[in-house]
Design a protein around this ligand. Sequence first.
Ligand SMILES: [Zn+2]
Length: 493
Amino acid sequence: MQDLIIRRGRVIDPESGHDEASDIAVKDGIIVAIGGDLGPAAQVIDAKGLIVAPGFIDLHGHGQSLPADRMQAFDGVTTSLELELGVWPVARWYDEHAHAGRTLNYGASAGWVFARIAAMTTQQVESSVEGMGRAMRDPRWSHTVANATETTDIIERVRAGLDQGGLGIGFPNAYVPGAGVKEISALCSIAAAQSAPTFTHIAYMSNIDPQSSIDAYTRLIGYAGSTGAHMHICHFNATSMQDVERAAELVSTAQRQGLNVTLEAYPYGVGSSVVSAAFFTDPAFPERTGGGYETIELLQTRHRFESRDDLIAAQAKDPGALILWHYLDVDVSPRHRDLLDVSLLFPGGAIASDAMAWTLDGMTYTGDAWPLPDHAVSHPRSSGTFTRFLSRWVRDRNAMPLIEGLRKCSLIPAQILEAGTPQMRRKARIQPGCDADVVVFDYDALMDRAEFNAMNRPADGMRHVLVHGEAVIADGTLQLQARPGRPVRRPVN
Ligand SMILES: [Zn+2]
C-alpha cells in the first residue's frame, strides 16, 4: 500500500521530458512509481486539471525562517538555500535549524564574508544580511586587503565551513570591495578541488569604468578559467545595470569555451540590501548607476533619500537597516523591461528569488503568526518570484514552453549544486527513487500577489505543496504544524 497517490494530474518532469496525465505514488517521502493503476494508497490527491511538477529550488533565500518558508511555499518553493552570503560557523547553523524545525528543505554555503568579519574585526554578528550591515560599524573587513595572517585565518575558516558540509562558498564581493584577488583566487582553488561551486555578487555594479559591472564579470570569468572553480553569478538582473546584453554575451562566450559559469535572475527591477552597502557609499554612485539617491528607499519608513548626506546619516544611525533599490523602472521604461528579459530568459539560467527576511517594526520577524501581520515587510520577491515568472513570462507572454519554465525553477538550480552535493541528484525530478518534493498547481490561477505596498500577500495557484511527501500546503491551505524540511548539505568531512 502506498502512502499517497496523486491522481490524474498533468505530470511534468523537465529531465526526462515526461509531460502527460499520469498518477504518481509516494511512500516514505520518496516517489516510488509513475503511471496508471498504482494500487491502493492511504491518501489520494485528485489532481485532475492541475500541473504536477518538481518543487522549486531557490538558490538565493536570505529569509531562512518559519515565516520566510511559509511565504515561499505558496510560491512553489520546497528547498530554500542561502548561498550568496552563506553562514558561519556552518555546523552550528545546521544544528540550530535542525533544532528549530523547518517547513522547507534548507541549506547554506560557507560564508566568506562572516569568516572575514571574524578574522579581521572583533565583531560578532549573526549570519544574515542585517548582521553583515551592522558589521559596517567597523568596516575594515569590507575596505581592506587582508594581511598574511588574516588571509590564512579567513581561508581556514572557509575551508572548515566546506568540511562541515557548506554547499559552496558565498562571495558577496560588492560588499567587500577591498578584498584582494589573491585571497579570492586561493579560495576558488579550494572550491574547485572540492567540486564546490562559488556564489558571487560581483565586485562592482556600474555602467562606467573603472570598476564597471563588465570589469567584475570579466574578473569572475577569469577565476573560472584560472582556478577551474564553478563560478555562479547571483541575481544577474540586479548587477548588470544597463549592460545586461554585453554581460550576457561575455557569459555565454565563456560557457561555449567550457568554463563553468552559471547564473540566476529574479523577475523584478527593484533590489533589496542594507543601507551601509559599500556600493551606495561610493561618491560617484549616481553617475555609476544612472540613478540618483531617490532610487534608494528605507524599507521601514519608505523614506527615499534626497542626497548622499541623507544616506550617510541613515548609515550612521542603523547600518543594518534594510533598503529597496529601484535600479530598473520596468513599470515605465520598455528598455528596462527588455534588460530584465535578457537576464530572466538567459538560456540555462536559473530563477532564484533573493528572498529577504520578514521585518516587523524594524526587527527581523521569525514568529509563527499566520497570516503574516499586516505591517510585516520584506520585498515582493520573497513571496512571488517563481509564480511571477511562470505566470507572466511563461504563461501570459509565452516566452518558453511550460516544461522549460519549470526547468529553470527546479532542475537547473539542482544541477548547479549536483557535482558537490549528491543529495541534489534526487531532487527536482518526478522519477522513481527521487524525493517527493512536489508542487501541484492550477496553471490558469497561478499569480503572484505581492506588491511593494502589500508585500505579505502569498501567491495564488498552489493547491498542494509536498516536502518529502508531507503536505505543507493542502487544498490551498497552509499546514501550520508541518516541519518536514530537511538539511541539504555536502558530505561532512
Ligand atoms: Zn541576496
